[in-house]
Design a protein around this ligand. Structure first.
Ligand code: SF4
Length: 339
């Protein structure tokens, strides 16, 4: 039961009390898509739905099967994680029990190392006090922000009322952003896979704009902030296209989407030119992706790690691009010079 609760905490980012109080029937599966039914206890918003992966759904299903076979206190019957006895303060597992169990488990792990190195180059011990149930909610949000999930999508996933709360997971200092660009500008290629590095961070920032599957150097589109592509983002066939490794997830997702479109087009008996266009785009984007993958594979491990870190930073920056918050100052009524 505790293993299941831990995996649900880790994979869904719900608060400890929200996991502890999940109903026995907390899964919904439609057309192969799995949804977790949960209650936002903190904000009293009930009957929420969260898309989850098949792996997480399977973990819950396995526990549901075992849970139905064991006897539980009568008032715990409708909960996924029952309390141990009828005398417990809650009808379901208490969030504090979950925290205590996790603390005991973490304390029992013989060796736990962090990525930080000491002065001799050896990995330092991981600070075990940083591992507790609520930290898994932060980790879930940070993973999604690092993967470049748009901030408004993550806001929905976290069930935040205000986007300002979600924005905290996307904070990147100017210094980190410039370091990421310094790394990435050297790994840009053109649509044929030839190296096309930007000459400086300023060149990267001022002479190109991020479009869905890479950078674009077409001057009028750069000026319009990436919103004025004359050929509808068929980037892999465009001379102004400059992809780099930070766009790999977006390129791979686009290839999957194009493949699905191609199947639909064929099923609709679409004209040859539609099928040809989709097929050519799939070939072109697949080639770009495999060239980037090959180039990454030929680099030493430390350089690959540096690129992975820079990619996460740049994806995070892009994910908030349309949600730049202005540092507004509230001027109280009656204040001299108030507008
Ligand atoms: S198709 Fe060309 S002009 Fe349009 S966004 Fe892509 S790279 Fe820029």
């Amino acid at each position: 039961m505790l293993q299941t609760a831990y995996l649900v905490l880790r994979d869904t980012g719900r608060r400890p009390i929200e996991v502890a109080s999940l109903r026995l029937k907390c899964l919904e599966t439609r057309k192969g898509e799995n949804t977790l039914l949960w209650d936002n206890v903190k904000k009293r918003r009930y009957g929420r739905k969260l898309p989850i992966t098949r792996e997480t759904a399977d973990v819950i299903r396995t526990w549901q099967g075992r849970r139905r076979q064991i006897e539980v206190p009568s008032r715990s019957r409708k909960y996924l994680f029952p309390s141990i006895t009828d005398r417990s303060g809650f009808a379901h597992m208490e969030a504090s029990s979950l925290a205590n169990s996790m603390r005991e488990w973490v304390a029992a792990i013989p060796v736990l190392l962090s990525d930080e190195l000491d002065e001799h180059g050896a990995r330092m011990p991981f600070d075990r006090t940083l591992i507790f149930p609520y930290a898994l909610r932060h980790a879930y949000a940070q993973r999604h922000a690092d993967a470049g999930i748009p901030v408004d999508v993550l806001k929905e996933l976290m069930d935040h009322r205000s986007i300002v709360t979600t924005m905290s997971y996307y904070q990147v200092s100017l210094k980190r952003k410039r370091e990421a660009i310094t790394t990435m500008r050297r790994h840009t290629i053109d649509r044929s896979g030839r190296p096309a590095p930007f000459t400086s961070t300023t060149d990267y920032e001022a002479q190109s704009v991020a479009v869905p599957f890479g950078n674009c150097r077409e001057p009028s589109n750069v000026k319009a902030g990436g919103k004025a592509c004359a050929i509808r983002f068929q980037c892999a066939g465009c001379g102004f296209y400059r992809p780099d490794p930070s766009y790999m997830p977006a390129i791979e997702q686009h290839v999957n989407d194009l493949r699905a479109d191609l199947e639909t087009a064929k099923a609709m008996d679409a004209d040859d030119f539609v099928v040809r266009n989709l097929t050519d785009q799939i070939t072109a984007f697949t080639t770009v992706a495999s060239i980037i993958r090959d180039r990454l594979g030929s680099l030493p491990e430390d350089e690959r790690e540096e690129i992975a870190e820079a990619s996460a930073v740049l994806r995070k920056v892009r994910a908030t691009r349309d949600h730049t918050l202005l540092p507004l100052t509230v001027i109280r009524k009656g204040t001299p010079n108030a507008g």
